[in-house]
Ligand binder design. Structure first.
Ligand SMILES: [Zn+2]
Length: 336
Protein backbone atom coordinates (compact mmCIF):
# COMPACT_ATOMS: atom_id res chain seq x y z
CA UNK A 1 0.00 0.00 0.00
CA UNK A 2 1.38 3.40 -0.99
CA UNK A 3 1.16 6.52 1.13
CA UNK A 4 -1.67 7.79 -1.13
CA UNK A 5 -3.88 5.04 0.33
CA UNK A 6 -3.10 5.87 3.95
CA UNK A 7 -5.76 7.33 6.24
CA UNK A 8 -3.86 10.57 6.77
CA UNK A 9 -2.98 11.21 3.14
CA UNK A 10 -6.55 10.48 1.99
CA UNK A 11 -7.82 12.93 4.58
CA UNK A 12 -5.34 15.63 3.54
CA UNK A 13 -6.31 15.01 -0.06
CA UNK A 14 -9.96 15.78 0.74
CA UNK A 15 -11.15 12.16 0.55
CA UNK A 16 -13.15 10.36 3.24
CA UNK A 17 -10.63 8.19 5.12
CA UNK A 18 -13.44 6.32 6.92
CA UNK A 19 -12.12 7.17 10.38
CA UNK A 20 -10.64 10.09 12.29
CA UNK A 21 -6.88 10.41 11.67
CA UNK A 22 -4.65 10.78 14.73
CA UNK A 23 -1.23 12.44 14.85
CA UNK A 24 1.12 13.81 17.54
CA UNK A 25 4.57 15.31 17.85
CA UNK A 26 7.03 14.99 20.76
CA UNK A 27 10.60 14.01 19.98
CA UNK A 28 11.60 14.16 23.67
CA UNK A 29 8.87 11.70 24.61
CA UNK A 30 9.62 9.47 21.61
CA UNK A 31 13.29 9.36 22.63
CA UNK A 32 12.45 8.72 26.31
CA UNK A 33 10.26 5.68 25.62
CA UNK A 34 13.11 4.28 23.53
CA UNK A 35 15.53 4.87 26.42
CA UNK A 36 17.41 7.70 24.71
CA UNK A 37 17.70 11.48 24.81
CA UNK A 38 16.45 13.72 22.01
CA UNK A 39 19.95 15.22 21.75
CA UNK A 40 21.41 11.80 20.92
CA UNK A 41 19.22 11.56 17.81
CA UNK A 42 20.34 14.70 16.02
CA UNK A 43 23.41 13.18 14.43
CA UNK A 44 22.12 9.64 14.12
CA UNK A 45 19.65 8.98 11.30
CA UNK A 46 19.33 5.26 12.09
CA UNK A 47 18.46 5.92 15.74
CA UNK A 48 16.08 8.72 14.74
CA UNK A 49 14.25 6.37 12.36
CA UNK A 50 14.01 3.64 14.99
CA UNK A 51 12.76 5.99 17.73
CA UNK A 52 10.14 7.59 15.49
CA UNK A 53 8.94 4.24 14.23
CA UNK A 54 8.53 3.05 17.82
CA UNK A 55 6.68 6.27 18.74
CA UNK A 56 4.23 5.74 15.87
CA UNK A 57 3.50 2.18 17.03
CA UNK A 58 3.33 2.88 20.77
CA UNK A 59 1.06 5.92 20.38
CA UNK A 60 -0.94 4.37 17.48
CA UNK A 61 -0.47 7.34 15.17
CA UNK A 62 -1.38 7.74 11.50
CA UNK A 63 2.07 9.09 10.62
CA UNK A 64 5.71 8.41 11.38
CA UNK A 65 6.95 11.89 12.23
CA UNK A 66 10.64 12.73 11.85
CA UNK A 67 11.93 15.74 13.75
CA UNK A 68 15.08 16.57 15.66
CA UNK A 69 14.66 20.16 16.90
CA UNK A 70 14.09 23.75 15.80
CA UNK A 71 17.83 24.33 15.26
CA UNK A 72 18.33 21.94 12.35
CA UNK A 73 18.15 24.66 9.66
CA UNK A 74 19.61 27.52 11.78
CA UNK A 75 22.67 25.30 12.32
CA UNK A 76 23.25 25.05 8.55
CA UNK A 77 23.42 28.87 8.59
CA UNK A 78 26.10 29.07 11.25
CA UNK A 79 24.20 28.98 14.55
CA UNK A 80 26.35 27.17 17.12
CA UNK A 81 24.42 24.39 18.84
CA UNK A 82 25.16 23.00 22.30
CA UNK A 83 23.64 19.73 23.41
CA UNK A 84 22.29 19.07 26.86
CA UNK A 85 20.81 15.70 27.83
CA UNK A 86 18.01 17.52 29.70
CA UNK A 87 17.19 20.62 27.63
CA UNK A 88 18.21 19.16 24.27
CA UNK A 89 19.69 21.52 21.67
CA UNK A 90 20.42 25.11 22.64
CA UNK A 91 21.52 27.59 20.00
CA UNK A 92 23.49 30.81 20.10
CA UNK A 93 21.60 33.10 17.70
CA UNK A 94 23.59 35.31 15.36
CA UNK A 95 23.51 39.10 14.96
CA UNK A 96 21.48 40.43 12.05
CA UNK A 97 23.86 41.76 9.39
CA UNK A 98 22.99 45.01 7.57
CA UNK A 99 22.82 43.32 4.20
CA UNK A 100 22.02 39.68 4.98
CA UNK A 101 22.92 36.96 2.51
CA UNK A 102 21.98 33.54 3.85
CA UNK A 103 24.21 30.82 2.48
CA UNK A 104 23.51 27.49 4.16
CA UNK A 105 25.95 24.60 4.33
CA UNK A 106 24.85 21.59 2.27
CA UNK A 107 22.06 19.79 4.16
CA UNK A 108 24.04 16.54 4.17
CA UNK A 109 26.99 18.14 5.94
CA UNK A 110 25.09 19.47 8.96
CA UNK A 111 24.15 16.90 11.65
CA UNK A 112 20.42 17.40 12.23
CA UNK A 113 19.43 17.94 8.58
CA UNK A 114 21.54 14.93 7.57
CA UNK A 115 19.98 12.75 10.30
CA UNK A 116 16.51 13.85 9.18
CA UNK A 117 17.16 12.92 5.55
CA UNK A 118 18.79 9.61 6.51
CA UNK A 119 15.91 8.71 8.84
CA UNK A 120 13.36 9.40 6.09
CA UNK A 121 15.35 7.23 3.66
CA UNK A 122 15.52 4.37 6.16
CA UNK A 123 11.80 4.60 6.97
CA UNK A 124 10.77 4.81 3.33
CA UNK A 125 12.46 1.46 2.64
CA UNK A 126 10.22 -0.24 5.22
CA UNK A 127 6.84 -1.56 4.21
CA UNK A 128 4.86 0.85 6.30
CA UNK A 129 1.15 1.55 6.27
CA UNK A 130 1.43 5.15 7.37
CA UNK A 131 3.06 8.09 5.62
CA UNK A 132 6.38 9.57 6.68
CA UNK A 133 6.05 13.15 7.82
CA UNK A 134 8.75 15.69 8.57
CA UNK A 135 8.54 18.75 10.79
CA UNK A 136 10.33 22.03 10.27
CA UNK A 137 9.30 25.45 11.52
CA UNK A 138 7.89 28.13 9.22
CA UNK A 139 10.09 30.82 7.60
CA UNK A 140 9.50 33.49 10.28
CA UNK A 141 10.11 31.12 13.21
CA UNK A 142 13.22 29.62 11.56
CA UNK A 143 14.52 33.17 11.00
CA UNK A 144 13.90 34.01 14.66
CA UNK A 145 15.71 30.81 15.70
CA UNK A 146 18.66 31.83 13.53
CA UNK A 147 18.94 35.44 14.57
CA UNK A 148 18.32 36.85 18.02
CA UNK A 149 14.54 36.81 18.73
CA UNK A 150 14.43 40.29 20.28
CA UNK A 151 16.62 41.74 17.54
CA UNK A 152 14.46 40.27 14.81
CA UNK A 153 11.17 41.40 16.37
CA UNK A 154 12.63 44.91 16.82
CA UNK A 155 13.91 44.87 13.25
CA UNK A 156 10.34 44.24 12.03
CA UNK A 157 9.68 47.85 13.11
CA UNK A 158 13.05 49.42 12.38
CA UNK A 159 14.41 47.55 9.38
CA UNK A 160 11.40 45.83 7.77
CA UNK A 161 13.10 45.40 4.40
CA UNK A 162 16.05 43.58 5.95
CA UNK A 163 13.65 41.27 7.80
CA UNK A 164 11.70 40.59 4.63
CA UNK A 165 14.91 39.76 2.80
CA UNK A 166 15.86 37.28 5.56
CA UNK A 167 12.43 35.61 5.64
CA UNK A 168 12.28 35.42 1.85
CA UNK A 169 15.71 33.75 1.64
CA UNK A 170 14.70 31.44 4.51
CA UNK A 171 11.62 30.41 2.53
CA UNK A 172 13.87 29.38 -0.38
CA UNK A 173 16.10 27.40 1.99
CA UNK A 174 13.07 25.59 3.44
CA UNK A 175 11.79 24.87 -0.08
CA UNK A 176 15.15 23.20 -0.89
CA UNK A 177 14.99 21.21 2.36
CA UNK A 178 11.42 20.15 1.47
CA UNK A 179 12.62 18.99 -1.95
CA UNK A 180 15.34 16.78 -0.49
CA UNK A 181 12.97 15.41 2.14
CA UNK A 182 10.37 14.61 -0.50
CA UNK A 183 13.02 12.90 -2.63
CA UNK A 184 14.03 10.84 0.42
CA UNK A 185 10.44 9.55 0.70
CA UNK A 186 8.32 11.74 3.00
CA UNK A 187 4.90 12.89 1.81
CA UNK A 188 3.59 15.09 4.63
CA UNK A 189 5.08 18.26 6.13
CA UNK A 190 4.12 19.52 9.56
CA UNK A 191 4.97 23.20 9.88
CA UNK A 192 4.75 24.78 13.32
CA UNK A 193 5.17 28.54 13.25
CA UNK A 194 5.01 29.51 16.96
CA UNK A 195 6.44 33.03 16.55
CA UNK A 196 3.70 33.97 14.12
CA UNK A 197 1.10 33.56 16.89
CA UNK A 198 -0.94 36.62 17.91
CA UNK A 199 0.95 36.27 21.22
CA UNK A 200 4.05 37.64 19.48
CA UNK A 201 2.88 39.18 16.20
CA UNK A 202 -0.04 41.45 15.33
CA UNK A 203 -2.48 40.22 12.64
CA UNK A 204 -1.22 43.07 10.43
CA UNK A 205 2.36 41.83 10.80
CA UNK A 206 1.25 38.22 10.24
CA UNK A 207 -0.07 39.28 6.87
CA UNK A 208 3.22 41.00 6.05
CA UNK A 209 5.95 38.85 7.62
CA UNK A 210 4.52 35.33 7.91
CA UNK A 211 1.46 34.38 5.84
CA UNK A 212 2.74 35.06 2.28
CA UNK A 213 6.01 33.20 2.91
CA UNK A 214 4.22 30.18 4.41
CA UNK A 215 1.94 30.29 1.39
CA UNK A 216 4.94 30.17 -1.02
CA UNK A 217 6.43 27.28 0.94
CA UNK A 218 3.18 25.30 0.92
CA UNK A 219 2.65 25.93 -2.77
CA UNK A 220 6.12 24.48 -3.38
CA UNK A 221 5.28 21.47 -1.16
CA UNK A 222 2.15 20.90 -3.25
CA UNK A 223 4.21 21.06 -6.44
CA UNK A 224 6.32 18.25 -4.97
CA UNK A 225 3.17 16.10 -4.62
CA UNK A 226 3.16 16.36 -0.82
CA UNK A 227 0.77 17.78 1.80
CA UNK A 228 1.22 20.40 4.51
CA UNK A 229 -0.27 20.93 7.96
CA UNK A 230 0.20 24.40 9.48
CA UNK A 231 0.33 24.71 13.28
CA UNK A 232 0.39 28.01 15.14
CA UNK A 233 0.67 28.06 18.93
CA UNK A 234 -1.41 30.19 21.30
CA UNK A 235 -3.97 32.77 20.25
CA UNK A 236 -4.84 32.73 16.55
CA UNK A 237 -8.52 33.63 16.05
CA UNK A 238 -7.84 36.96 14.34
CA UNK A 239 -5.46 35.34 11.86
CA UNK A 240 -7.59 32.27 11.08
CA UNK A 241 -8.49 33.61 7.65
CA UNK A 242 -4.83 34.34 6.87
CA UNK A 243 -3.92 30.82 8.02
CA UNK A 244 -6.51 29.42 5.60
CA UNK A 245 -5.13 31.64 2.80
CA UNK A 246 -1.73 29.91 3.08
CA UNK A 247 -3.27 26.91 1.30
CA UNK A 248 -2.38 24.51 4.14
CA UNK A 249 -4.20 21.18 3.81
CA UNK A 250 -5.10 21.29 7.52
CA UNK A 251 -4.91 23.98 10.20
CA UNK A 252 -3.71 22.78 13.59
CA UNK A 253 -4.85 24.86 16.57
CA UNK A 254 -3.49 25.27 20.09
CA UNK A 255 -5.52 23.94 23.04
CA UNK A 256 -6.38 27.49 24.15
CA UNK A 257 -8.48 27.94 20.99
CA UNK A 258 -12.08 26.68 20.80
CA UNK A 259 -12.56 24.05 18.08
CA UNK A 260 -16.28 24.80 18.23
CA UNK A 261 -15.68 28.48 17.39
CA UNK A 262 -13.19 27.50 14.72
CA UNK A 263 -15.71 25.15 13.12
CA UNK A 264 -18.38 27.87 13.21
CA UNK A 265 -15.91 30.31 11.66
CA UNK A 266 -14.61 28.04 8.90
CA UNK A 267 -17.68 25.95 8.12
CA UNK A 268 -17.67 22.18 7.53
CA UNK A 269 -15.10 21.97 4.71
CA UNK A 270 -11.91 23.41 6.24
CA UNK A 271 -9.81 20.63 7.73
CA UNK A 272 -8.83 21.29 11.34
CA UNK A 273 -6.50 19.49 13.75
CA UNK A 274 -6.46 19.64 17.50
CA UNK A 275 -6.43 20.14 20.30
CA UNK A 276 -6.17 17.90 23.37
CA UNK A 277 -4.25 19.82 26.03
CA UNK A 278 -0.71 18.37 25.99
CA UNK A 279 0.12 19.61 29.48
CA UNK A 280 -2.97 19.59 31.69
CA UNK A 281 -4.55 16.54 30.10
CA UNK A 282 -1.93 14.38 28.36
CA UNK A 283 0.89 14.97 30.80
CA UNK A 284 -0.92 15.64 34.09
CA UNK A 285 -4.33 14.05 33.50
CA UNK A 286 -5.73 10.52 33.77
CA UNK A 287 -6.67 8.18 30.93
CA UNK A 288 -10.31 8.99 31.71
CA UNK A 289 -9.67 12.73 31.34
CA UNK A 290 -7.84 12.14 28.06
CA UNK A 291 -10.82 10.18 26.72
CA UNK A 292 -13.28 12.88 27.81
CA UNK A 293 -11.29 15.69 26.24
CA UNK A 294 -10.76 13.77 23.01
CA UNK A 295 -14.54 13.24 22.78
CA UNK A 296 -15.09 16.96 23.45
CA UNK A 297 -12.77 17.84 20.56
CA UNK A 298 -14.71 15.50 18.26
CA UNK A 299 -18.04 16.97 19.37
CA UNK A 300 -16.80 20.57 19.12
CA UNK A 301 -15.28 20.31 15.65
CA UNK A 302 -17.50 17.54 14.29
CA UNK A 303 -15.91 14.18 13.42
CA UNK A 304 -15.38 14.95 9.72
CA UNK A 305 -12.69 17.33 8.52
CA UNK A 306 -10.91 16.74 11.82
CA UNK A 307 -7.57 15.26 12.84
CA UNK A 308 -7.28 14.48 16.53
CA UNK A 309 -3.94 15.64 17.88
CA UNK A 310 -2.49 17.38 20.94
CA UNK A 311 -2.74 21.20 20.93
CA UNK A 312 1.08 21.35 20.71
CA UNK A 313 4.11 19.08 21.15
CA UNK A 314 3.68 16.50 23.94
CA UNK A 315 5.97 16.96 26.98
CA UNK A 316 8.82 14.48 27.39
CA UNK A 317 7.54 13.04 30.68
CA UNK A 318 4.04 12.22 29.36
CA UNK A 319 2.83 8.67 30.00
CA UNK A 320 2.50 7.04 26.58
CA UNK A 321 -0.68 5.35 27.92
CA UNK A 322 -2.40 8.74 27.81
CA UNK A 323 -1.39 9.44 24.23
CA UNK A 324 -2.56 5.95 23.26
CA UNK A 325 -5.89 6.64 25.01
CA UNK A 326 -6.30 9.74 22.81
CA UNK A 327 -5.69 7.65 19.67
CA UNK A 328 -7.95 4.79 20.74
CA UNK A 329 -10.80 7.17 21.60
CA UNK A 330 -10.62 8.80 18.18
CA UNK A 331 -10.30 5.43 16.43
CA UNK A 332 -13.23 4.04 18.43
CA UNK A 333 -15.47 6.83 17.18
CA UNK A 334 -17.61 5.69 14.29
CA UNK A 335 -19.02 8.38 12.02
CA UNK A 336 -20.00 6.22 9.09
ZN1 LIG B 1 2.12 24.85 19.40
Amino acid sequence: MGFEESILFKFLNGEDPGEIPVIATGTGLAARIAGRSAASLRDNGAALAEVMSMFQKEAKLDWTIVYTDALAIPETLGVEVELSPISGAIGKPMKIPDDPVLSPKPLRSSPATRATLEAVEILSKKKTTCPIAVTFEGPLTTSINTFDANDLIMAIYRRPLVVKSIISQMTDILCSFAEEIRRAGASVFYIPDPFSSMDTLSPKHYKEFAGPYVSNLISHIHDLGAKAILHICGQTDQIWDYMAETGADTLSLDQIMSLQKAREHFGPEVRLAGNVDPIRTLWEGSVEEVRDETMSCIEDAGPRSLIIMPGCAVPTQTDIKNLRAMSETAKGYSYS
